[in-house]
Design a protein around this ligand. Structure first.
Ligand SMILES: [Zn+2]
Length: 432
C-alpha cells in the first residue's frame, strides 16, 4: 500500500485538488473523473468511499462508467486530502467524464457498528477499569475491532463489567451524533477525548454518544473523523472475544458486534465441539455438551456459548482429576507387577551369578520396575529383555562393586545391535 502511494505521488496526484468526501451521508454518488486515463487508480471530484484512517479500514465497492463496472478494492489518502481509488485492473474511464461510485453498504454498516462500539468500549474502560486507560491504537473492520490501551491486565470481572456496560448502552438505543467545532474550542474541553500531539485541522469533528444530539453533552465525546451508526441500537450484541498483552503495559481487546458476533458464535461453537471431543477420547461417560443452535437470535446464541463454556470447564476439571487418580493407579499397578515378576525370577535364578531373563509383554517401564525389585533379592548382574507391540526393550543392571569387571552400558551396547537397536547408559545401569 505504501508502494501505491509512492506510485500515485510520483504521477502527480499530490497536485490534484482535494477530494470532497461525502461518505458521512451518502454511499452512492455520480461525480466527475479528474484522472488519470488508463491506470489502476482513479481520482474524482467527490467520493462516498472512506479511505483508511484512524483505525477504520477502507470502504470497498464499485465504479460504474457506462456499461463498464470496476471493482474498488482500496482507497488511500495521498498528500493531504486527495483520495485515490484503487482497482486490480486499469480504469478505462476518460478524465472529464462522469462515473458512479457505489460503496458496499453491508460492509460499511458492519464497519460502522464496530467503529461506534469502539467509542462505547473506550468509555466503558474508563468507567469500569481506569480513567488512565488511554487509547494506543485501534483496528475497525467489518469482521471485528481491536482496541489497544495502556493498562494492567483486565481481571475476568472487569472484562465482564466492561462488556455489560457496553451492552447496556447498546440497549438504551442512544443517539449517535457528530458536529464540527473550531479546534481551539475542542482543546478547552476536558470532556472531549483527543489525542494530544495529533495534528488536527482548524475545525474538528466531535463524535457524541448520548445527550441531546450535537449539544456536546453526551457521556462519550471524542474527536473522530470516522463513520458511525446513527443510534447505539444499530450495533447489536457486543462480545469481547480476547484480551491480551501486545507490549509492556499495553493491552489489546478484540471484540465483535452484530452479525460479526453471530459469525464468531458459530465458530466458537465449533471450537467447543472439538474441545469436547478431545475430552471424550480421554474419558468415557462425560455429560454431553449443551446444545448450540444457529437459528436463534444472536444474544441467545451467545448465552448458549457461555453455558457450553461453563460446562466444558467442569468437564476439563473432571478429566484432569480422573487422569491424576488414574496415573497413580497405573503406577501402583506397575510396581506390584514388577515385584511379582522379580519374585518369580529370584526364585528361578537361585544360586546363579547372573540373571538373564526375557519378560513377556514388557516395556521399558515394566523392566525398570522388575529390576528395581529384583536388585533387593539378587546381587549379581541383571539383564532383562522385553518385547511389546513390535518394540524391544533392554535393561542391564550391574551392582556397583562388580562394575570394574562388567559394565551395564557395555552389555546393552553389545546386545542392542543384535535386536536392531541401540542403547547406552552408565556402568551400573543401561537401557536399550
Ligand atoms: Zn469514531
Amino acid at each position: 500500500q505504501k508502494k501505491e502511494i509512492v506510485e500515485a505521488s510520483a504521477t502527480g496526484v499530490v497536485n490534484s485538488p482535494p477530494t470532497e468526501f461525502v461518505g458521512y451521508e451518502k454511499l452512492d454518488v455520480t461525480t466527475k473523473v479528474l484522472g488519470p486515463p488508463g491506470e489502476k487508480w482513479l481520482i474524482v471530484e467527490k467520493t462516498p468511499f472512506y479511505a483508511t484512517m484512524g483505525g477504520q479500514i477502507t470502504d470497498t465497492g464499485i465504479a460504474e462508467s457506462g456499461s463498464r463496472v470496476f471493482e474498488i478494492k482500496n482507497v488511500r489518502r495521498v498528500g493531504t486530502d486527495v483520495l485515490v481509488h484503487w482497482s486490480d485492473r486499469d480504469f478505462e474511464i476518460t478524465p472529464g467524464s462522469e462515473v458512479r461510485l457505489v460503496v458496499d453498504a453491508d460492509r460499511r454498516h458492519a464497519i460502522e457498528r464496530h467503529h461506534t462500539v469502539t467509542h462505547l468500549l473506550h468509555w466503558a474502560l474508563h468507567e469500569a477499569v481506569s480513567r488512565d486507560a488511554s487509547q494506543k491504537g485501534s483496528y475497525v473492520g467489518p469482521d471485528k475491532l481491536t482496541f489497544d490501551f495502556s493498562s494492567a491486565p483486565l481481571t475476568a470481572q472487569q472484562k465482564r463489567d466492561v462488556e455489560k456496560l457496553v451492552n447496556e448502552k447498546i440497549s438504551e438505543n442512544a443517539a449517535v451524533s457528530w458536529t464540527e467545532i473550531p479546534f481551539p474550542e475542542a482543546k478547552q474541553r476536558k470532556d472531549i477525548i483527543q489525542f494530544f500531539g495529533e495534528k488536527y485541522g482548524d475545525t474538528v469533528r466531535v463524535l457524541q454518544i448520548g445527550g441531546a444530539p450535537q449539544a456536546l453533552n453526551g457521556y462519550s465525546m471524542e474527536l473522530c473523523g470516522g463513520t458511525h451508526v446513527r443510534s447505539t441500537g444499530e450495533i447489536g450484541p457486543f462480545r469481547i472475544v480476547r484480551e491480551e498483552a501486545i507490549a509492556a503495559g499495553t493491552r489489546r481487546i478484540e471484540a465483535v458486534a452484530g452479525d460479526a458476533a453471530r459469525i464468531w458464535a458459530k465458530e466458537e461453537a465449533q471450537h467447543q465441539q472439538e474441545r469436547f471431543e478431545i475430552l471424550v477420547r480421554k474419558k468415557t461417560g462425560l455429560a454431553p455438551l449443551p446444545v448450540f443452535t444457529d437459528t436463534v437470535q444472536t444474544t441467545e446464541m451467545l448465552k448458549q456459548i457461555d453455558a457450553r463454556a461453563a460446562h466444558l470447564e467442569k468437564l476439563d476439571a473432571e478429566v484432569r482429576g480422573w487422569e491424576k487418580t488414574h496415573a497413580k493407579e497405573a503406577e501402583a499397578d506397575l510396581h506390584s507387577r514388577g515385584a511379582q515378576i522379580a519374585n518369580e525370577l529370584a526364585m528361578s535364578k537361585t544360586g546363579q551369578k547372573i540373571c538373564v531373563a526375557k519378560v513377556p509383554k514388557a516395556d521399558a517401564k515394566l523392566l525398570q520396575a522388575v529390576a528395581d525389585a529384583l536388585k533387593q533379592k539378587f546381587d549379581g548382574p541383571i539383564v532383562l529383555l522385553g518385547a511389546k507391540e513390535n518394540t524391544v526393550a533392554l535393561l542391564a543392571v550391574v551392582p556397583k562393586p562388580l562394575t570394574s569387571k562388567v559394565q551395564a552400558n557395555k552389555i546393552v551396547q553389545t546386545i542392542a545391535p543384535i535386536v536392531g537397536g541401540k542403547g547406552g547408559g552408565r556402568p551400573e545401569s543401561a537401557q536399550g
